[in-house]
Design a protein around this ligand. Structure first.
Ligand code: TPP
Ligand code: SF4
Ligand code: MG
Length: 200
């Protein structure tokens, strides 16, 4: 966690605030001390999370939170290791790491804040942008079929993959508690509000 932040780094009403609150609540309810928690994230809006959760953390490289998380878990099996990132991070540039993490089935929890766009870089289409949606990079509407992250995770061997929404905080918190307790790779795709670039 970063303790010297002087300003908020996300827009008002960003769904990442809710998802981060759910993680904090889950860790508290599980009584996991902060020196046993490591948060690894990729790059930007979603990935600022490593700075906001009390515990060890690192913003890694775009799409590379899972290799870092895997290494840390293998070297320190007693730690609770959570990887966190955006849809561009995990399903775009980091897709290979996601699928191979599903195959390896190492005990990590991977949370994806899926706002259906590249928020940081001002709202371009991502692999989960729905058909026909207009974005900065698809001014005529998106022509490419989005994929289903949960279906993809399951087909790659991850039994614990679920889709949640950021606004249902009790349900999301419970899912994070359950998924942290599983001894295998677990994945939560969270429908994350991005009022700045992806109005729904
Ligand atoms: C290797 C690399 N390629 C591209 C970028 C530029 N970049 C930064 S964040 C980002 C996309 C962010 O989208 P997403 O992962 O969905 O996160 P969000 O900002 O929506 O939370 C891109 C393309 C980068 N930082 N590093
Ligand atoms: S651009 Fe979207 S995802 Fe990024 S901080 Fe703003 S609301 Fe959140
Ligand atoms: Mg995104």
């Amino acid at each position: 966690m970063r303790t010297n932040l002087t300003k908020i780094q996300r827009c008002p009403w960003c769904g990442n605030f809710l998802i981060n609150a759910a993680i904090k609540s889950a860790l508290k309810q599980l009584n996991i001390p902060k020196h046993k928690v490591v948060i690894l994230s990729g790059i930007w809006c979603a990935s600022k999370t490593a700075q906001y959760i009390d515990g060890y953390g690192c913003e890694t490289l775009h799409g590379r939170s899972l290799p870092f998380a895997t290494g840390i878990k293998l070297a320190n099996p007693d730690l609770t290791v959570i990887a966190y990132g955006g849809d561009g991070d995990g399903y775009g540039i980091g897709l290979g790491h996601f699928l191979h993490s599903c195959r390896r089935d190492i005990n990590l929890t991977y949370i994806v804040a899926n706002n259906e766009n590249y928020g940081l870089t001002t709202g371009q289409a991502s692999p989960t942008t729905p058909l026909h949606v207009k974005t900065k990079s698809t001014p005529q509407g998106n022509q490419i079929l989005p994929f289903d992250p949960v279906g993809m995770a399951k087909s790659a061997g991850c039994a614990y993959s679920v889709h949640m929404i950021d606004k249902d905080l009790p349900l999301l918190t419970q899912a994070i508690i359950d998924w942290i307790q599983h001894q295998w790779f677990s994945h939560i795709d969270v429908d994350q509000a991005c009022p700045s670039w992806r109005k729904r």
